[in-house]
Design a protein around this ligand. Sequence first.
Ligand code: SAM
Length: 283
Amino acid sequence: MTLLGAAEIRALAAELDLKPAKSLGQNFVIDSNICRKIVRLSGVTSKDVALEIGPGLGSLTLVLLEEADSVIAIEIDSRLAAQLPITVASHSPRSADLTVINQDALQVNELPNDPTVLVANLPYNISVPVLLHYLEKFPTLRSGIVMVQAEVADRLAAKPGSKDYGIPSVKAAWWVKISLAGTVSRSVFWPTPNVDSKLVSFVRHTSPADEKLRPIVFMAIDSAFSQRRKMLRSVLKGWLGSSATVESVLEKAGIDPTLRGEALEIDEYCSIARAVDELAIRF
Ligand code: SAM
């Protein structure tokens, strides 16, 4: 197995006449040490079916193939998706264990095998929706590590009451416990991005309520953060309709109406959703 270095990444891109597209978040990792670090931190083993979103030219894919039972890689760019098996075949004896899916990751709802671990340098413009989509659709994913824009990492890992706490933090907490797993220098990418990057790791936990309640929980979260400086008693009117309804919901849920959305944990959003459900409120 040989890994991809800076010169080879540039040569591959030139061969494909690939001009990295900002719209697809195409910043490729040119330092194999960072790929090794990501895979080590992921804890992936020979029992795992690893899922990689946006494999690009394959820097991380090659390292994943050294450790995982198999790798499923989803890449939207058809030139990159077509090249990946060729690159892997010339660098690794494990090419038979790679499945490449040439699709928009946000449109994928089924996979040929149940993935157990997600390891990805995510396309930055869609990192949160991609993460939430895979946590929702693939419950066999028990853990993972993703590289995202630093600000997004801080938001995902934020705790109630902090300025970074928001919709991504609470929604992700439905499925997983998130931790920051290190910062990544801009110099490991080609082209050099104009934002900083961080690693975020996660481990799945039991969801705080029945899956049937989740749509209402997520509506409560969206509503509470729609104007984050407003108190719950005022901001939830946009969703629940009237002050009287908001009051009865918050009273039943045991939540102080003068709090703001940023003060509430996922469990408290579940209490609000349960109250909405039990009071048979329709919207
Ligand atoms: N994993 C590679 C690396 O570390 O060098 C590339 C990472 S690059 C930040 C993001 C990759 O995601 C690109 O290859 C891009 O083409 C791909 N991508 C962007 N949007 C996508 C989408 N909606 N679905 C699947 N792949 C996507």
